[in-house]
Write a protein of this length. Structure first.
Length: 277
């Protein structure tokens, strides 16, 4: 999804140091200074100044991720978790009587939760974006080209979990990483199916680039995944409608441009002649 459609997404990312998602050269400066404010805190400028040590000395919360038979137990510091409105509400129910602080996340995927926690502690998650490039760090365990869509799904799942947990900056980060993945037609189909299944129909941040991608490339990529493309259109009619709308809009735009250009090419309405050669 490394396409031009996501340029507005990149511009929407907050420019303030607290929300910087590209861990640049100057970000580590002074990291050892005592009393430094966490660069990844989600709070606004009016929030009380919080030191890193105060996060680490806050109560530990147990997170049970996944279903009962395949559950994974994780832990995180409460002061970091409450940056999320979702966890702030959950932690508000805890009492200071020494009883365990536990939160169940039975419907979540362990890798996405892991990326969420990594973001809370470091301000980013692996793989990170390379500075000044639309590329991600190399993961030796993964192929260079995402043929199955799993690399796209990794960031898509982080996006949806950030939506659920109320972490807008993490959503922007995950969205930007989606467009750094080099994938195949079948990989894009897998990603599109997830987006149209698990995101709101009004969420143009991730849906619009998907529809634009297929509107401009369906005539070539469809041949690589004909059956999958047809199945996706039947399973999610909104996907087919969004793609068709963009194809027709582009056609009308070309026709208007042709009418406004004196001596321009003839209208594209005339059917081309077919050759048997």
């Amino acid at each position: 999804m490394a396409e031009e459609f996501n340029e507005p997404l990149m511009e929407e990312q907050p420019a303030n140091p607290e929300g910087d998602i590209d861990m640049g050269e100057g970000e580590g400066a002074g990291a050892g200074e005592e009393g430094m404010v966490l660069p990844f805190a989600e709070g606004g400028e009016s929030d009380p100044r919080t030191t890193f040590i105060s996060y680490l000395t806050s109560p530990v919360v147990i997170l049970t991720v996944g279903s009962a038979e395949n559950a994974t137990v994780l832990s995180a510091h409460q002061a970091l978790l409450v940056q999320s409105p979702y966890f702030a509400d959950a932690c508000a129910a805890f009492v200071n009587d020494g009883s365990p602080r536990e939160i169940e996340l039975s419907g979540e995927e362990i890798d996405a939760v892991g990326c969420f926690l990594e973001y809370l502690y470091t301000g980013d998650y692996f793989p990170k974006k390379l500075p000044g490039q639309r590329l991600l760090e190399t993961d030796p365990s993964l192929p260079a080209v995402d043929e199955t869509g799993e690399q796209l799904l990794k960031h898509a799942r982080v996006y949806t979990i950030a939506e659920k947990f109320g972490m807008d900056k993490l959503k922007s980060l995950a969205s930007s990483k989606i467009h750094c993945v080099n994938s195949t037609a079948k990989g894009e189909i897998t990603y599109a199916r997830y987006i149209y299944q698990y995101t709101d129909k009004e969420d143009t941040t991730v849906r619009a680039p998907v529809a634009n991608f297929w509107a401009t490339r369906s005539h070539t990529l469809r041949a690589e995944a004909e059956d999958e493309f047809r199945s996706l259109c039947l399973e999610f009619p909104q996907f087919g409608y969004d793609v068709l709308t963009r194809v027709l809009d582009e056609k009308l735009k070309r026709e208007r441009n042709e009418k406004l250009t004196p001596g321009g090419p003839a209208s594209g309405r005339k059917r081309p002649r077919h050759s048997n050669i």
